[in-house]
Structure formats: structure tokens, C-alpha cells
Design a protein around this ligand. Structure first.
Ligand SMILES: *[C@@H]1O[C@H](CO)[C@@H](O)[C@H](O)[C@H]1NC(C)=O
Ligand SMILES: *[C@@H]1O[C@H](CO)[C@@H](O)[C@H](O)[C@H]1NC(C)=O
Ligand SMILES: *[C@@H]1O[C@H](CO)[C@@H](O)[C@H](O)[C@H]1NC(C)=O
Ligand SMILES: *[C@@H]1O[C@H](CO)[C@@H](O)[C@H](O)[C@H]1NC(C)=O
Length: 957
């Protein structure tokens, strides 16, 4: 960020225009161009202010590029104007020097086209490090050996490793920047790297961290990134990389300051957060305003990540924890952020997706549903709907992009149990009163009147309706002098959901929870009348000299009022409001309100387009559904839905009504077509346990030194990453001669990992897994009959690798830290040692022999190496056998079945596999569907039994 000449000129002009009371704030850009600018208030793109309302999704967690449009349409339909993507270096780089941006989901450029078509800006976050609850925090496995230093610093070995990836991805993304006609407007380098200061309070710089950030910044710029860079500060205390906070110019600052915060725990296991967040979730709200003013006063208050849900750890509840961050949580916390003057927020996650293959880091299983508004199965629930109510409001409230806090406290209402934060637009003086319980942990009912100061004087409101209610966990944003298109709302005690001005005077959707009352004052309105009353009561139109004050109570449904000046007011209760959609007729992410329409009824409206006199809607519904579009019937003489013409009639209040008839296929009828998985084939999946198994083509594990900062207790080094195996199960075969009586093993696989050992084909013991132990050890006795006192013995250790740890744990090895033979009179030395070790992991190691599925899909199990999981494999000579029968001895088996599907055309069906198994079952099961690993079930440590599989992975035909 540098001050350009033009910015200074603009400043001088502004000075003369504004009143003395308004503080002057510098206008920033990134020193390269003026396409993206920002100041104390908001981000400005192509000269226009915007409230950045963003949701995060990870294309690599939904490896079916054909489905990305579905998710992004749902993001847009929810009212977002931005989407954020992390890229995953490890997903794109199977080995040092090799990059894949080409095969399958590794080519993500269609995301840019889809976002552009839909009208979503893009925040792109390429790493190199991302965290994201993924293996090694997004680093490739090959980076974790220690050979590249301790990482995330300016070590030349690490720099040389990330440079090709970072340069290439910056080039790819840079081509789609807003400066070049695309929609990418921000670029995040590094993540949660709050390392600028060794002491933030005294601004004592960490020169190494600064040097690293400067390398990243320079690499982005030289590779064509000519949009602002950001960083995402891990918490309120790190205060890193802000041009404002860095008053001594120590360096490393990004263009914009970003913060992340998870006020109600980032995990479904709330105990993981008690040290940071206290006892949760209790709806405690945080002060961010002070932090933003300290860290970045001349910049927008920007959450590069704000909680959207929580990940589900291995021992977490089946199905996640959506109730921890459900609709009322969305309601209160996101309104609170608006009250804190936040004008840019990225919700992590809006769609979580799946940790297929080896994407997970050790603490999480296959699901990355994240209890997000759009579920892992791509379904929409109440959380999504509640979010939509606020998103459309933000879209309507363009005046939020230039506000100051005008006050806060309990004196704005007549009820001290209600706390109000007041925002005021410094130009229009529109005011936003964000009300919430003074003690936000309480669930009481609080009734109140609010003191509003408006252009027409001050009022205690409501004046006619019954008092405003905060009913339990709830926040409401009340308004004064609010611009609704060309009209002004002098005040409103009902929340505004949406405003649309398509070819008409504004249509304003107000909403209240079912049965509540509201009151709004429309300036310039005359003679209001009730055009439709569905659940409305106590409606009063109170004419004043300046307009009409409308008071009402709204039960189930929605009502329509019309005013002499052409304004239409729709009054919806919450349930009815959930059925409203505001599709846009433009791909301008700023969404001018005159290019939106309002549609009520269906489960989802994806897109709307007007072509001549035809309105074409696309969307989803699953039962007979009324469809009402607020559009003059003169403007639309033909209506289609998903391409099918619909007949309709016009209402007297400016809408048209049609019906979607129930589709031929129902959930029950489709369920009835699903095959029963009854015909299975089975094969032994662990011949490696037998002494006779030929492992001569395995990798010899013979390193006598390691660069890993965590050296093993015994040698050779048995760390799989050093031998090119970075993901999934790993097999170790150790040979020894002599009369050992047992072995001591310490095996590191990450938390919840497990392992088993066999001597000459005889099982000698297992470690079943523990959610808090990354390594487990055991002393295993050799059964006398199994050990050969003369000749060679073969010990097989099969370990499950749960992925790599994050942050400072990235280099924690996966393998055997200690393998010591016991007994035979020799002790730990005395000639009684392993004569050799061989290791095997995923087929091809770093060679990436299956570039579409990529480097993380498989591990080293026999079945995985031989391609038994692939659809073309011929199991003709396998025996019949079902996983439901199970097996009693220790081993590994692979089961195959064919699942014929006939999913009807035109229905979007989400399927999942259910893998049972009692809690005490000592098994680990992996699910492969058409070659893709889409499930890992460990009943011993985990509760996930339902494993959604995307269409496209499943062949629906
Ligand atoms: C990526 O896919 C796009 C089409 O979506 C194609 O035009 C482009 O050539 C592909 N890029 C690579 C590197 O294969
Ligand atoms: C890394 O940064 C530190 C601090 O600025 C500096 O002393 C060191 O020389 C740098 N290392 C390299 C390899 O540039
Ligand atoms: C400075 O940053 C480097 C690189 O992230 C880190 O390894 C080191 O611990 C930091 N030093 C201090 C004193 O915080
Ligand atoms: C909130 O109100 C208190 C008390 O009037 C005041 O000291 C504080 O500055 C206000 N905070 C903001 C952010 O407006």
C-alpha cells in the first residue's frame, strides 16, 4: 500500500466538501493501480464502495469440477457478493519440482468463469501455508522431511521449494484479477502467521518473519498479482502485517489488514477451546472495534475469516454440531459484527465439503461439513435461510459502507437489558441501531422502545405498534433515514430483509419473527392500503405531514401493502421470509437494486434472466410449490422455470403467481430404487504379513541420518516421508535373525492413529488409537512358535497414517521412532538387531501415477497399490464374502461390490454410504467409490457413520 498522487488529490477535494465533524481518512491503493482502493470505511472497487460479504469454499474438497457451479450458485443465491478459495499446495504438487494445475480438479480456472458469470468477487488464498485442518496445513508431504528447514521462514531451501508453486499459481490467478477483467480482487499470502512482532505491544520486529513475508509479497507482484495483498491474523493479539500498526516501517506489511476470529469455538469439541474462549458456547460477544482501530484505523474492519461453523474432530458428535452455530447464532453474531463497523467479512466455511483421500489432518475425519450453511451434501437448511435474511439486507444497505459508530450503550432504549450499537453514515446520516441483550448470554424476552434521531426529529419508537421484542437469542437492526432506492425510510422497528427497485418504485421486504409487530415510517408516502393480508393484524396507516407510519402485527405468511407513491411493502414472518429470494439480473457483484427481482416460494432460486418478454428462472423444489414473482406483469408475458414454460396470473399488487407441480420423483421413490449392497467379493488384503512375501521391489529404508528435527531413537530412520510416502497406510518390513523374544515399537501416525504387527505371518499386537496420542508404543512378545531361532524372521508393521500435523507440528514424522528387539540374551545391542527394513506406501510414491485423483488419494495397502479400488479392476476370481460378516483374526481384507444406480434425469440427489460398527469394534475401514477414497470409519475413536459421496464420483447412470 502506497499513497498515490491521485489519492492525495481526491483527499483535498473531499476536505472542502465534508463538514468539519467528519474526520478525513486517507484513500489507499496497492501502489500499482486504482482498481481496488480502500479507506477507513470500506473497500472500493472500480470507484464503488462495497460491503464485502464473502463465503469460503475449497474446490479441492469437492473434486468434481462440474459441481462447483452448484455450490457457487447457492453462495450467490444466499446474497453473498464474494467467494474465497484456499488453494492447497500439497494437492497440486506430488513431488518437488512437479506441479499439476491441469488434471481434473487440479485445474480450477473454471471457478473464475463461474464466479464472473454469477457476479461474485473472489478472495484468493494460495498459501503456501493455509492451515485449513488439512494435512501439513496444505504443505506437500515431501516438504515435511526437514530437508527444507523448519519452514515458514526465509530459509533458502524453503524459498526454493515454494517459489515455483507460488509463481505459477500467482500467474494463473493474476490473469483473472479485477485489473484484467476478472473478479479476483484480493490475494492472501500466508495464513494465520501473526509473527511480525516478537512483542506486539512494543512493536519489536521479528526480522526473519518479516524477510519471509517480503519474499512472498515480491513473488506475488513479480508473477502478475496487481491487486492488494492481505494476511489473516490468527487472533486479536498478534497485530501483524498492518501498514497502520507498523509505524516504524519494519516491513513485511500486506496491503490490507485482515483478522480471523472464531468466537464460539472452531471445533465441535468445545473442550478444545476452553483455554481461549472460556466455557462455550454461551453467546459471549467480543469487542473487535477497539482492535481494528488499534491495528488498522485507516482501513476497513475486515474479517478475512469469521466463524461459519466448526470442524468435527474424531471424537465429535455424528453429523457435526450445527446447533452450536445455528440460525440464532448466525442472527446474533453477524449482526454484532455489523455493529462493530465491520464492512468486509469472509465466512469460514460457507460450504465445507469432504476430506476425501488423505486431505484430513490428524484431528478430523472424512467429513468437512463444518456445520456450514451449505452442507457437505450441498443441502440448504435454516442456517442458510437465516444467513440469507441478513445478506440481502447488507445488499440493500449500501449506506453501511461509510459509517462511523455514533454511540453504544443501554440508554438508546427504555430497557437497560437491551444494548444498542449505533452506526451512522457520515454522508447521508442513515443510522443503524444494532440491538441485542446487554448480557448476550441471556435468553430472556426483552421488550423495548428505541429512541431514534432522524431528519424529521427524534421519536421513541414504535409509536403505535407494540414494543420491539428481543426473544431469547436474537439481535435486530433497526433503522433511521435509510435509503430504499429513491425512497427514504424515516425509521423502522421491523428489520429490512431486501429492497428491489426493478422498473418500479421500491419493493421493500420487512420481516419479523412470527406473531411480532413492527412499525415503519415511509417518507413521502400517502394512503397505505392492504393489498394482501396473510396473517396480518392490527394494521394501522398513520398519515403525517411527511409520509405514512405503518404499524402491524404479522402472523404466519406474508402480507402486501401499497402506498400512493408507488412503494410496495411486503411484510413477512420469518418462515415466509425464508422462502424469499432475490436473484440478480446482472453479474455486477455490487448488485444495483434495480437489477434484482424478488421471488417467493421455491426451495432455491439459482438464477433469473429476462430475455425480451420472458423471465427465465432456474431453481430447485421438491414438492408442489407456489411461485410468486414481484415483477410487473407487463414486463413479463412469459415465464419459464428450469426451461419449462409456466402459466401464471397477475395480482393486483404487482406480482405474478404460478405453480410448480410436484416432480414425478420423490425422495421415497428414489430411495426405493437404491440397490441393497448384498453381493460382495472379498480378497485377502495383507499378504505382506507372511514371511514368504516378496518385497524386493520395496524401498530399502536404510537412512542412517535424518534432517528431521525429531530424530528417531533407533536406526535406520523409519520415517515414511523420507522414502517418498506421504499419505495413508504405510507398511514396514523388518528382518532379523536370532532368538529374539519380543520387540519394542514406538509408532508415530498422528493422533487417533493405530498400528498392528505380525511376525512371520502371526499377529503379535496392535494399538487401536487414541484421540490424544500421536505416537503409541508397546512391547510385544513373540509367540514361541512364530519366531525362528535360526534363519530369517520378518516383522511387518502396518500403520495407519492420519496425515501431517499443522503449524509447528508440520515436521512431526510418520513412521517408527523406535524398533528394538528384545531378549535372546542380547539386549538392545549385542548383535541382535534388524538386518534390514523395507517400506511401502502409495503406489508410485511421489510419481503421481493417477494425476486426476492426485497425490493424496491412496495409501500403501495391498489393495490400494494393486488398484483393487479402481472401477476397471477384474475381481472375477475373488471369493464371495461380505464386510458385514467381518473376520475374527487380525488382517486386512478388501471387499468389492457393484452399485447400479438409475437416478432420474433432472433431479439433484445427494447420496451417502452408511458404515456402521459398534464403538468397541477394533477396525479401521476405508471406503472407495470408483477409485476415490470417500470415507474412513474408525468406530474406536470416531462417530461418523454417514459418508456423502458426490455425484460425478458416483455414476448416476
Ligand atoms: C483448465 O481448464 C480450462 C477450461 O476450464 C482450459 O481452458 C485450460 O486450458 C485448462 N488449463 C490447463 C492448464 O489445462
Ligand atoms: C533471513 O532473515 C534474517 C533477518 O532479516 C537475515 O538475517 C538472514 O540473512 C535471512 N536469511 C536469508 C537466507 O536471506
Ligand atoms: C520469528 O519468526 C520465525 C519464523 O516464523 C520463528 O521461527 C521464530 O520463532 C520467531 N521468533 C520469535 C522470537 O518469535
Ligand atoms: C461505547 O460507549 C462507551 C461509553 O459511552 C464509550 O466510551 C466508547 O468509546 C464507545 N465505543 C464505541 C466503539 O463507540
Amino acid at each position: 500500500m502506497r499513497f498515490s498522487i491521485t489519492s492525495l488529490l481526491v483527499l483535498f477535494q473531499l476536505c472542502s466538501v465534508f463538514t468539519a465533524a467528519q474526520q478525513q481518512w486517507p484513500l489507499h491503493n496497492d501502489g500499482q493501480n486504482d482498481v481496488v482502493q480502500w479507506d477507513h470505511y470500506s473497500v472500493i472497487i472500480n470507484g464503488e464502495r462495497i460491503f464485502i460479504w464473502s463465503g469460503e469454499m475449497h474446490y479441492w474438497r469437492i473434486p468434481v469440477p462440474e459441481l462447483w457451479v452448484d455450490v457457487l450458485q447457492k453462495v450467490k443465491a444466499a446474497g453473498f457478493n464474494c467467494v474465497s478459495f484456499y488453494a492447497h499446495w500439497g494437492f497440486h504438487s506430488p513431488s518437488d519440482g512437479k506441479l499439476d494445475f491441469e488434471n481434473g480438479a487440479h485445474n480450477f480456472t473454471s471457478l473464475f468463469t463461474i464466479a464472473k458469470d454469477l457476479g461474485l468477487y473472489i478472495l484468493f488464498r494460495p498459501g503456501p501455508y493455509i492451515n485449513a485442518e488439512t494435512t501439513a496445513g496444505g504443505f506437500p508431504g515431501w516438504l515435511t522431511t526437514g530437508d527444507y528447514g523448519t519452514l515458514r521462514n526465509n530459509d533458502t531451501r524453503y524459498t526454493a521449494a515454494w517459489t515455483p508453486y507460488f509463481d505459477r499459481i500467482s500467474e494463473i490467478v493474476g490473469e483473472h484479477a479485477v485489473t484484467r477483467g476478472g473478479n479476483v480482487f484480493l490475494y492472501q499470502i500466508e495464513n494465520e502467521y501473526g509473527e511480525q512482532w516478537t512483542d506486539a505491544a512494543t512493536r519489536t520486529p521479528n526480522e526473519t518473519a518479516i524477510a519471509y513475508m517480503e519474499l512472498l509479497e515480491a513473488a506475488a507482484n513479480r508473477s502478475g498479482i496487481n491487486i492488494p495483498t492481505i494476511h489473516n491474523n490468527p487472533n486479536l493479539g498478534t497485530l501483524s502485517w498492518s501498514m497502520d500498526y507498523d509505524i516504524n516501517h519494519v516491513g513485511g506489511d500486506t496491503d490490507l489488514y485482515g483478522l480471523d476470529h472464531y468466537p464460539s469455538c472452531w471445533s465441535c469439541n468445545l473442550e478444545e477451546c476452553t483455554s481461549v474462549n472460556g466455557a462455550l458456547p454461551d453467546f459471549t460477544l467480543f469487542d473487535y472495534y477497539t482492535n481494528f482501530q488499534e491495528a488498522a484505523p485507516t482501513q476497513p474492519s475486515f474479517f478475512a475469516e469469521f466463524q461459519g461453523g466448526a470442524y468435527n474432530p474424531w471424537n465429535g458428535p455424528a453429523g457435526g454440531c450445527v446447533s452450536n452455530t445455528g440460525p440464532s447464532w448466525v442472527n446474533v453474531f453477524y449482526r454484532h459484527n455489523i455493529g462493530q463497523k465491520v464492512t468486509a467479512q469472509n465466512i469460514y466455511m460457507v460450504f465445507g465439503g469432504t476430506n476425501w483421500g488423505g486431505l484430513a489432518f490428524p484431528s478430523v475425519g472424512t467429513s468437512y461439513d463444518y456445520s456450514a450453511p451449505i452442507s457437505e451434501s450441498r443441502l440448504l437448511g435454516d442456517k442458510y435461510s437465516e444467513l440469507k435474511l441478513l445478506s440481502y439486507f447488507i445488499r440493500a444497505a449500501k449506506e453501511l459502507t461509510m459509517v462511523e459508530r455514533a454511540g453504544n450503550g443501554t440508554n438508546f432504549t427504555n430497557n437497560a437489558a437491551v444494548f444498542t450499537q449505533v452506526l451512522e453514515n457520515v454522508q447521508t446520516h442513515a443510522r443503524f441501531y444494532v440491538t441485542v441483550h446487554t448480557n448476550s448470554t441471556l435468553e430472556t424476552q426483552e421488550h423495548f422502545k428505541l429512541n431514534v434521531s432522524t431528519s424529521l426529529g427524534t421519536f421513541m419508537v414504535p409509536q403505535y405498534a407494540t414494543n420491539v421484542l428481543l426473544n431469547g437469542r436474537q439481535s435486530k437492526i433497526l433503522l433511521s433515514d435509510f435509503s430504499a432506492g429513491s425512497q427514504k425510510i424515516v425509521y423502522s422497528t421491523a428489520e429490512v430483509m431486501a429492497v428491489s427497485t426493478f422498473e418500479t418504485s421500491p419493493t421493500i421486504v420487512f420481516w419479523v419473527p412470527t406473531g411480532e409487530s413492527g412499525e415503519f415510517y415511509l417518507e413521502g408516502a400517502q394512503h397505505g392500503s392492504v393489498m394482501k393480508c396473510q396473517g396480518c393484524s392490527s394494521v394501522g396507516f398513520h398519515q403525517t405531514q411527511h409520509g405514512v407510519i405503518t404499524s402491524f402485527t404479522q402472523g404466519a405468511g406474508f402480507s402486501v401493502f401499497k402506498y400512493g407513491n408507488g412503494v410496495t411493502a411486503i411484510i413477512a414472518d420469518r418462515t415466509a421470509a425464508y422462502t424469499f429470494w432475490q436473484p440478480t439480473l446482472t453479474n455486477d457483484p455490487h448488485v444495483p437494486l434495480n437489477s434484482t427481482i424478488l421471488v417467493a416460494g421455491p426451495h432455491l432460486i439459482r438464477t433469473a434472466e429476462i430475455d425480451g418478454d420472458t423471465l427465465a428462472l432456474t431453481g430447485d423444489y421438491n414438492t408442489t410449490t407456489p411461485l410468486e414473482v414481484f415483477i410487473p406483469s407487463t414486463r413479463c408475458t412469459h415465464l419459464t422455470f428450469n426451461g419449462n414454460p409456466l402459466s401464471f396470473h397477475a395480482t393486483p399488487y404487482g406480482s405474478i403467481i404460478a405453480h410448480l407441480t410436484a416432480p414425478a420423483h420423490t425422495i421415497a421413490s428414489i430411495n426405493a430404487t437404491l440397490p441393497i449392497l448384498s453381493t460382495w467379493k472379498v480378497a485377502d488384503g495383507l499378504p505382506e504379513r507372511l514371511a514368504t512375501y516378496n518385497d524386493t521391489n520395496w524401498v530399502l529404508a536404510n537412512h542412517t541420518r535424518t534432517s528431521n528435527p525429531n530424530p528417531p531413537a533407533t536406526y535406520p530412520v523409519l520415517y515414511a516421508d523420507e522414502y517418498g510416502f506421504h499419505t495413508g497406510p504405510i507398511l514396514w518390513r523388518g528382518r532379523f535373525s536370532g532368538a529374539a523374544t519380543g520387540v519394542f515399537l514406538n509408532v508415530i501416525g498422528g493422533t487417533s492413529s493405530g498400528w498392528s504387527a505380525w511376525l512371520n505371518g502371526v499377529w503379535i499386537g496392535s494399538s487401536y488409537g487414541n484421540v490424544s496420542l500421536a505416537a503409541t508404543n508397546a512391547t510385544l512378545d513373540f509367540p514361541g512358535a512364530a519366531v525362528k531361532s535360526t534363519g530369517e524372521n520378518v516383522l511387518l508393521v502396518l500403520q495407519d497414517n492420519m496425515g501431517h500435523d499443522e503449524t509447528t507440528g508440520v515436521l512431526n514424522p510418520r513412521g517408527i521412532a523406535n524398533a528394538t528387539l528384545i531378549g535372546g540374551g542380547g539386549g538392545n545391542g549385542a548383535g541382535l538387531g534388524f538386518s534390514s527394513w523395507r517400506v511401502q506406501g502409495n503406489a508410485g510414491g511421489e510419481k503421481d501415477i493417477d494425476p486426476v485423483r492426485g497425490p493424496l488419494n491412496e495409501g500403501g495397502l495391498h489393495a490400494e497399490r494393486l488398484g483393487w479400488h479402481l472401477p476397471g479392476f477384474d475381481d472375477g476370481d475373488w471369493a464371495v464374502g461380505s464386510p458385514e460378516e467381518g473376520f475374527g483374526e487380525a488382517g486386512a481384507r478388501f471387499y468389492r461390490t457393484v452399485v447400479p444406480l438409475r437416478i432420474p434425469e433432472g433431479v439433484d440427489v445427494s447420496l451417502a454410504f452408511e458404515l456402521g460398527g459398534a464403538r468397541e469394534s477394533r477396525l479401521r475401514a476405508q471406503l472407495y467409490v470408483n477409485g476415490y477414497q470417500f470415507g474412513k470409519r474408525i468406530p474406536w475413536v470416531g462417530n461418523q457413520v454417514e459418508f456423502p459421496v458426490f455425484p460425478g464420483i458416483l455414476n448416476y447412470k
